[in-house]
Design a binder for this molecule. Structure first.
Ligand SMILES: [Cu+2]
Length: 281
């Protein structure tokens, strides 16, 4: 009897903890509200199943408790019970997977007007690269990484000359413009994660992964690394600031291009700082 009561209390406590918990998501700052809905659906389904199973256990503990002279019936198989339990489980699993697959399709189907932004991870910092006035990022290769070229940008690619390099500093993005995040790592596995954007993706050395999103409110958001990447993993933080179009342009004009950082002697081109224009406008 006491055990049955404890099981009922576990269900009541779990539901109350979920409903009254002060730990919930940070307010969303991107278009991915659908990811939240998918999580809510998963909470409802797993919560209902958890409550049903534990309450059923409590019922059985109470109903079939020991009584003098009572014998249990042996029934190793029940086709009918197995069929409907299988059917209900299949429906529950499908209801959790289907919205996830649907939102995943959207997550990696990048709209045509999205601007590319490259994120480069390394132990243990974040750097960023934006296309310059030509709207194109130059090619890159981890073999080209050096103290003068920390992102490994190809100096022979003309598209890369005007790329804006933001090394180990804050990234700014304009509000309400879709961006395609191209994710690159130059050492080990990392994972670019901004909780408010409801978006994260592994970064794998040797390949470029991506997702897209549209920032929907201005503010300062923390970038976390969501992949255990070494002793400095916990300190691998960065900042993404979502600006109004005007603030974004002001920031962009203060940034340096790859050509400027490399110096005229190395690439033979001198780009005027004022000519870095906002490719997202
Ligand atoms: Cu990391």
């Amino acid at each position: 009897m006491a055990i049955a009561l404890v099981l009922v209390l576990v269900v009541i406590g779990s539901v109350l903890f979920h409903v009254l918990s002060p730990w919930w998501w940070t307010p969303i700052a991107s278009n991915w509200g659908y990811i939240d809905s998918t999580l809510v659906a998963t909470f409802w389904i797993t919560g209902a199943v958890f409550s049903a199973v534990v309450l059923f256990m409590a019922y059985c503990v109470y109903r079939f408790r020991h009584k003098e002279g009572q014998k249990a019936a042996y029934e190793p198989e029940s086709k009918k019970l197995e069929s409907w339990l299988t059917a209900i489980t299949a429906i529950g699993v499908a209801a959790m997977l289907a919205p996830g697959l649907y939102v995943w399709k959207q997550f990696v189907t990048v709209p045509k007007d999205a601007t590319e932004v490259e994120v480069v991870a390394q132990q243990w910092q974040w750097s960023f690269r934006l296309p310059g006035a030509d709207g194109k990022l130059g090619t890159s290769n981890a073999r080209l990484v050096s103290s003068d070229n920390p992102l490994g940008i190809n100096p022979d690619d003309p598209n890369g000359k005007d790329d804006v390099v933001v090394e180990a500093a804050d990234l700014h993005l304009p509000i309400d413009k879709p961006v395609k995040m191209l994710l690159r790592s130059i050492d080990v596995l990392h994972d670019f994660y901004v909780p408010e954007f409801r978006a994260k993706m592994d970064m794998v050395p040797g390949m470029v992964t991506y997702f897209w999103f549209t920032p929907t409110r201005t503010g300062t958001f923390e970038v976390l690394c969501a992949e255990l990447c070494g002793t400095g993993h916990g300190f691998m933080r960065g900042i993404v600031m979502v600006d109004t179009a005007q603030d974004y342009t002001t920031w962009l004009q203060q940034q340096s291009t790859f050509a400027q950082l490399s110096g005229p002697a190395k690439v033979g081109v001198l780009v005027d700082r004022g000519k870095v224009t906002a490719s997202m406008e």
